[in-house]
Design a protein around this ligand. Structure first.
Ligand code: SF4
Length: 767
């Protein structure tokens, strides 16, 4: 059965799941979140077991939530529960009841499973033993660990060069496993270490490293309590980082102004019904955004530049009242050339790109003009565009003009979407490692790591498509559903001789595979990890650079699972690499791994001692202390032109988004309750006036097309939902709409897929 058939039916269902729509919510969380959480945990896990695990979630010495990377409070953790509704969904999904063993795979062919939706596949359950798909086989069959790892080692040794192998990492991988994984891959001989960062905050990393000398955010959780103003751009915290609403509530209560910039009116940016407060029972909520700027997709660069231009005009009219000249003179570089750049700009041109009114922009500039402690938060709505790096640099320009960095209540806050995506990068998971890291590895492990940079995600897909790479190994994740240009990526994966996935649960990437395929089931975050008779714990790094422990407590769903650390070490031993590394010792005692991390990566002094501290420890962060490790040891102003994406008459700008029942590619359910969309994922949110122009009604069915590079990409059968979104902008969910995102459409410098600004056309199918 060709892969085309395997993809067609699932991606282009001609049956729907029964869409209903209602009024979008104007506040997030509340009793509904509590009810929904209880319903899910009791249905999927059982109330008693579920609550006992939730009581350990994000508690000191407990289990780190496998959801997003929002930090836990350093001090008091909530006794009622230090988690959100989506944390509950992540845990319910991870624990689950169903063990997928040999009998399951004997009963269900790969083709049959590939006809299910991502939601249905994900609900099947946890993989209970290693599975192997032989060439041309229709069903996965059981395989022993030794045989599976042996096959992988043979395939790796058969390659003409280690650069024909790709080693992908998803952001759930712990520090200990990630460190050993990069060590193994480099000892094997390649830097082909693409990771999910390439698709999410790579643009942030590039912009912040160049301007502030560190690719991470500078603020801590406490800073939100001291901020005068919080800017939230291209982010939907109510769904993607729900505990952030606690920090925003504290900021508001301390008098902060919140300005939200987002094409959609998101409930979690409008008001927060804190479920841990009595008032919630009576519907009391905290209003969040003081100014809500419903910007046109990709209008952010122009907006921030317009704000900076207006601030400059205010400064000229009232010298020394808007700009922090002391900070600018002492800590920055490029200020004069930036002002010259602003002098050449047309405010009207910039405003026209935003789709916003001049009044609203001037009002916000006025509000900003006398603020000194500003926090700028952002997520994919800024990072997944062709001009993403320049946009984030423009945000940094605003903070530098205001001297709003390197002090309490101020700074950068790129909010990470996966629990340890930042930690993995810190551990060396990067296709473009620094010379410093490679020198350190050589010094500590006495072998010469490869110096040639490897493939990031987009280049890895191209390499597989062009058969330059023949083995694909994924440490977690759901590569096919997370990546752009689905049919192209499927072709690329199918071109491989071998595809291997280290996974907890079944997902679509297991069903679109190389000539041979292997699934290696690993322990989940909630599972107890016993090695050599003693219990081990792992560590992760959250969005604010806090490294802390995570210790699972549940007996694994089967005795045939291995920890990520054990999988890497066992494979490395099977590969008989020339580098003399005591892999088995590391499996037996994770403290030894941390000792090596301490020796190799700066900032991890006394790692084993400090990670055992109840709240863990903060990694050094120069930008947090006005110590900018740039080429000039100064923070850098940047100059770049804001250019609007031009649309032809029949074209729309599409952004792919998550629903409220989704975490990355994991689909927990079919509802998006904050947006009033229920029981369906093949929807396109569209502006009412645009619908009238297209002769479309609410609930009509359309096909969506993208024609980039002369290729016709189509996503069939999407239901039109009339929605409050700026004209010529539309929104769809991923992974369903990823088939429309061209592999060539990427952000400059970061090479991140531009999934938030895809030019599409619609064609009515039926009313
Ligand atoms: S905010 Fe993020 S890390 Fe915290 S419980 Fe929710 S999903 Fe988990």
């Amino acid at each position: 059965m060709s892969k085309k058939n395997k993809l067609n039916l699932a991606e282009n269902p001609d049956h729907f799941t029964g869409l209903t729509t209602g009024k979008p919510a104007n506040k997030a969380a509340g009793l509904k979140a509590v009810k929904n959480s209880l319903k899910i945990i009791s249905a999927e896990v059982g109330l008693v077991k579920g609550i006992s695990v939730l009581n350990q979630l994000n508690q000191k010495g407990g289990i780190d939530c496998p959801g997003c990377a929002w930090p836990d409070p350093d001090d008091e953790r909530s006794k009622l529960g230090e988690y959100c509704e989506n944390g509950v969904k992540a845990i319910a999904e991870e624990i689950g009841k169903h063990a997928l063993d040999a009998a399951f795979f004997a009963e269900h062919s790969v083709y049959e499973l590939s006809q299910l939706t991502d939601y249905e596949i994900g609900k099947k359950g946890r993989i209970a033993q290693p599975m192997y798909l032989a060439p041309s086989a229709s069903h996965y069959s059981p395989i022993s660990w030794d045989k599976a790892l042996g096959k992988i080692a043979d395939n790796l040794h058969k390659l003409n060069s280690p650069d024909e192998a790709i080693f992908y990492t998803s952001g759930r991988t712990s520090n200990e496993a990630a460190f050993l994984y990069q060590l193994f891959v480099r000892a094997y001989g390649t830097n082909n270490l693409p990771d999910c960062s390439n698709m999410c905050h790579e643009s942030s990393g590039k912009a912040l490293s160049q301007t502030l000398g560190i690719g991470k955010g500078s603020v801590t959780l406490k800073d939100f309590e001291k901020a005068e103003l919080v800017l939230i751009m291209g982010q939907n915290p109510g769904t993607n980082h729900p505990r952030m609403l606690n920090a925003l509530q504290k900021a508001k209560r301390n008098g902060a102004i919140i300005i939200s910039i987002n094409p959609l009116k998101e409930a979690g940016l409008m008001a927060y019904n804190n479920p841990q407060e009595v008032g919630t029972v009576f519907g009391a909520s905290t209003s969040l955004s003081d100014h809500y700027m419903q910007i046109r997709i990709n209008g952010d660069m122009a907006l921030i530049q317009a704000l900076n231009l207006l601030l400059y005009r205010h400064e000229k009219n009232n010298p020394n009242t808007v700009f922090d000249h002391k900070f600018i003179n002492e800590k920055t570089e490029g200020f004069e050339s930036y002002l010259q750049h602003l002098d050449q700009l047309s405010l009207d041109d910039l405003i026209a790109q935003t789709g916003l009114s001049k009044d609203s922009i001037e009002t916000v500039a006025q509000v900003l003009s006398n603020k000194k402690r500003i926090i700028a938060c952002w997520a994919m709505g800024l990072t997944q565009h062709k001009n993403a790096v320049d946009t984030i640099k423009e945000v940094v320009n605003l903070l530098l003009l205001k001297g709003s960095i390197g002090k309490a209540g101020a700074g950068t806050c790129p909010v990470r979407g996966h629990s340890n995506v930042q930690g993995d990068r810190t551990m060396g998971i990067h296709e473009a490692p620094s010379e410093k890291l490679l020198d350190s590895i050589e010094q500590v492990f006495h072998f010469k790591p490869p110096r040639k940079h490897g493939f990031d995600v987009v280049n890895a897909i191209k390499a597989m498509y062009e058969r330059k790479a023949k083995v694909f190994f994924a440490m977690g994740g759901n590569f096919l559903s997370a990546t752009p240009d689905t049919l192209y990526t499927a072709e690329a994966l199918s071109n491989c001789d071998l595809t291997v996935h280290v996974s907890t649960k079944l997902n679509r990437s297991h069903l679109i595979h190389g000539k041979e395929a292997i699934i290696l089931p690993c322990l989940a975050r909630t599972d107890k990890d016993i090695q050599n008779g003693s219990e081990q714990f792992v560590s992760v790094e959250n969005s604010m650079g806090v490294v802390h422990s995570s210790k699972g407590s549940l007996p694994p769903i089967s005795q045939d699972l291995k920890s990520e650390v054990d999988i890497v070490c066992s494979l490395a031993q099977q590969c008989h690499l020339s580098a003399d590394i005591p892999w088995q010792d590391y499996t037996n005692n994770y403290d030894l791994i941390r000792d090596k991390i301490e020796a190799t990566i700066p900032g991890f002094d006394n790692y084993n001692e400090r990670v055992r501290q109840p709240s863990g420890f903060y990694l050094p962060n120069g930008a947090r202390n006005n110590n900018y490790k740039t080429s000039t040891n100064k923070a850098q102003f940047s100059v770049a032109k804001a250019e609007a994406i031009k649309l032809e008459a029949q074209e729309y700008l599409m952004m792919t988004i998550r629903s409220h029942d989704q975490f990355n590619t994991t689909i927990y359910g079919l509802d998006d309750r904050y947006r009033g969309v229920y029981n369906e994922r093949r929807v396109i949110m569209m502006n009412k006036k645009d619908m009238a122009l297209e002769g479309l009604q609410h609930l009509d069915v359309v096909d969506l097309y993208n024609y980039t590079d002369g290729q016709k990409r189509v996503a069939k059968n999407f239901i039109v939902v009339s929605y409050d979104i700026p004209s010529r902008c539309v929104a769809t969910y991923f992974p369903e709409a990823n088939v429309l995102v061209p592999i060539s459409s990427v952000a400059k410098v970061s090479n991140t897929p531009a999934s938030k600004s895809v030019i599409i056309e619609l064609k009515k199918v039926r009313g």
